[in-house]
Design a protein around this ligand. Structure first.
Ligand code: SF4
Length: 704
């Protein structure tokens, strides 16, 4: 079995009820049964939920250990005169934050206060964070770390289909597929139970590394990092040139094919082979496998999306799927594998700088009027769009940028690109407030730290990678001293002059409001209720409200029509570029995840069973590359770009490309990969270029 499904108990101390819930980590949202034990611990076991079919990965099994991590925050902290963080009581902490926010707002204007959220927050918290920013603070400056995960695929999906939903089909459809092309994803490490659905189809993997997923593939295409767009254009060229496209589907269901082909014409196989390093015969084989299958799926992941041309790259893969007639065809389809636990719901309810709940655009007058009415404020009081995530972090403490930041559910000191610079910007603030449950690398920089409740201690909903809305249920009481983000936002809003009723603290009440705010939007949740979810219904959005509350939800949204007004999908005429090597930085650094860790590692680095297998960063290097640069196995090496250096132990991997090195991005300090990565942004989505950066490598004498 590809995941860690051996039977065992995982425990955390506590008292409570026990509940059917879901793993706190990734967007697969594996089903779990949480049971408090008589000695006050918590047992987690997988349930036979469709996405995990009884499996859990090691992160899910060990998740209860997080709840009792020795450095769990149990009291608010405030920075004292001597510069250290000292314990204080909640009233003092909240009074201090509200008073300083008011002063900063009065002096510098509403945009001087900013909010930064996370893709792991529940739908209720994501929604309330957006409302708090726009109503209580009146600021346009809100964005979230999902900008670093999903934004490129979301932009491409919106343009192509009229709405962005990660998977456009239930994940169980994959098991009946004949061929699945997976571009830039490594679920065998990042979400192992997903591999249970990929045992039957022939797998084509596009990845610069021979990952554990690639090892299970029938065909592995191994392009140079940063050349995925050229690869997708080449596959599409071959599909058209070999007359493998679905002409009837293109005629009936799409627009823009001719404009797209006018660009793709120039990406003939020999050119694509030269640019990507992938043999043309392998390209041809991949296209033929996909095109001749009666049921096929095309999936993208962060590997092809986290680029300066991430939206164009995702769009090129969508083009390929459209040309082959996959999206909106029962049994086939296109989807992107959302990463963070609520990466889908987190991007639908107002945390994004340009959006209001229900996937409404903040510049749309009708959307503003609808949401303002639900919130009980004048539409003209709502601010306009603000900065995207990296631009927001980059502006902190600058003369024209925010002076205060409230940060919930994110650790940008490790997870943002150009992380040294981001840490400097955070230090330049007049007020940094971090809500977290552990002293993360970002929390230790804060002026005020607020201890937050955790997944097994709270109620709410999340939306998994399929667009299915799930209930999170409390199995334990919150520990003394911790409060939920909803309570924190309520207390601050009241202190900032808002009526208490406008900021409810009960997740169910917040969800009821979210239903109304999303009603009629692209991500319509108005027909979904806690009662329906608790009765076991599988509800995928859009799920509009009906008189008898019986809309079944939409597992496969595009079977009849796409979400554009004419019902047709759109090809995008996107073009590629060719990489120009920099002799000073002759290698291509790419970054990614390990099976034992999740995102910045703030959670998983605190679980002993996970750090046993992955306690320090390493850099994967081909043996020939190691010889060329004088590197020795297991010895430290320094990886350097124009932004800075990271140090990691050398791991020799014969399947690596000789022009490529790999760093996992979960580690702080001297091994922080994001000290090296590039802050160049995709101009359409604001996605940073995490997945490729020119770098050099050399032996390192000293380690920190
Ligand atoms: Fe499942 Fe993802 Fe949790 Fe692993 S991390 S148990 S794959 S939800």
């Amino acid at each position: 079995m590809s995941d860690d499904s051996h039977g065992r108990n995982a425990t955390a101390s506590g008292h409570g009820l026990g509940a059917e819930s879901h793993c706190p980590y990734c967007a697969l949202q594996c089903g779990t049964r949480l049971t408090p034990t008589t000695d006050g611990d918590l047992t987690v076991r997988p349930t036979d939920f469709p996405t995990n079919r009884g499996g859990l990965c090691r992160k899910g099994w060990t998740a209860p250990a997080l709840l009792n991590t020795p450095d769990r925050l149990r009291s608010p902290l405030v920075r004292g005169r001597d510069g250290t963080l000292v314990e204080t009581d909640w009233r003092s902490a909240l009074d201090l934050i509200a008073s300083r926010l008011s002063d900063i707002r009065d002096t510098h204007g509403p945009d001087a206060a900013a909010v930064f959220g996370g893709g792991g927050l529940t739908n209720e918290k994501s929604y309330m964070l957006g409302k708090f920013a726009r109503v209580a603070l009146g600021t346009s400056q809100i964005d979230y770390n999902g900008r670093f995960c999903m934004s490129a695929a979301a932009a491409a999906g919106n343009a192509a289909f009229g709405v962005d939903r990660g998977l456009q089909f239930p994940v169980t459809d994959l098991a009946n597929s004949e061929v699945v092309l997976l571009a830039g994803g490594n679920p065998a490490e990042t979400m192992p139970p997903l591999m249970r659905h990929l045992q039957h189809p022939d797998l084509i993997v596009v990845d610069p590394r021979r990952t554990r997923t690639a090892e299970q593939a029938a065909l592995h295409l191994q392009p140079a990092p940063g050349t995925d767009l050229a690869l997708a254009l080449g596959l599409l060229h071959l599909a058209v040139a070999e007359n493998l496209v679905d002409h009837d589907y293109i005629d009936r269901r799409t627009n823009g094919f001719e404009d797209m082909w006018a660009v793709v014409l120039d990406w003939w196989p020999e050119r694509v082979e030269r640019v990507t390093g992938v043999p043309r015969d392998a390209l041809r084989r991949a296209v033929r496998m996909l095109a001749t299958a009666s049921r096929a799926h095309l999936l993208t992941g962060r590997g092809v999306e986290q680029h300066r041309n991430g939206t164009d790259t995702a769009a090129a893969f969508v083009n390929l799927a459209l040309a082959l007639g996959l999206p909106g065809r029962y049994g086939s389809g296109y989807g992107c594998l959302t990463g963070q636990g609520n990466g889908q719901g987190g991007r639908e309810h107002g945390q994004k700088s340009d959006q209001l709940p229900g996937y409404r655009m903040i510049t749309d007058p009708a959307a503003r009027a609808h949401v303002a009415e639900v919130w009980g404020v004048p539409p003209e009081s709502l601010p306009g769009p603000g900065r995207g995530a990296y631009e927001l972090l980059d502006a902190l403490g600058e003369p024209a940028g925010p002076r205060a930041l409230l940060l919930h559910g994110s650790n940008p000191v490790v997870s943002a690109p150009n992380a040294d610079h981001v840490a400097k910007r955070l230090r330049a603030l007049d007020l940094l407030v971090v809500s977290d449950f552990v002293p993360s690398e970002t929390a230790v920089l804060a002026d005020v730290v607020l201890p937050a409740t955790q997944w097994a201690e709270e109620e709410g909903t999340l939306t998994n990678l399929e667009g299915r809305v799930l209930r999170r249920r409390a199995a334990l009481s919150a520990p003394p001293g911790a409060r939920s983000d909803l309570e924190i936002l309520h207390e601050l809003a009241v202190r900032l002059g808002q009526p208490a009723w406008r900021f409810p603290t009960e997740p169910r009440a917040v969800f009821e409001e979210l239903r109304r705010a999303s009603s009629g939007g692209r991500a319509d949740y108005s027909g979904i209720s806690y009662e329906r979810l608790d009765s076991g219904e599988a509800l995928y959005w859009p799920c509009p409200s009906t008189a008898d509350e019986s809309h079944p939800g939409t597992p496969r949204p595009f079977l009849e029509r796409f979400a554009h007004p004419d019902g047709r999908a759109r090809f995008a005429a996107v073009d590629g570029t060719e990489h120009v090597p920099d002799p000073a930085y002759p290698l291509l650094l790419t970054t990614g995840r390990l099976a034992s860790h999740y995102q910045s590692g703030a959670q998983t680095r605190r679980v002993a069973e996970l750090t046993e297998t992955a306690h320090e960063p390493y850099v994967e290097v081909h043996p020939d590359t190691a010889d060329r640069f004088g590197l020795i196995r297991d010895e430290p090496a320094q990886i350097t770009s124009t932004r800075g250096s990271a140090i990691a132990r050398v791991s020799l991997v014969r399947s690596m490309r000789t022009d490529t090195i790999f760093l996992p991005f979960h580690f702080p300090g001297s091994g922080r990969a994001n000290t090296v990565t590039s802050p160049v942004l995709d101009p359409i989505s604001g996605m940073p270029e995490f997945k490729v950066c020119p770098a050099r490598i050399a032996p390192c004498e000293e380690r920190e």
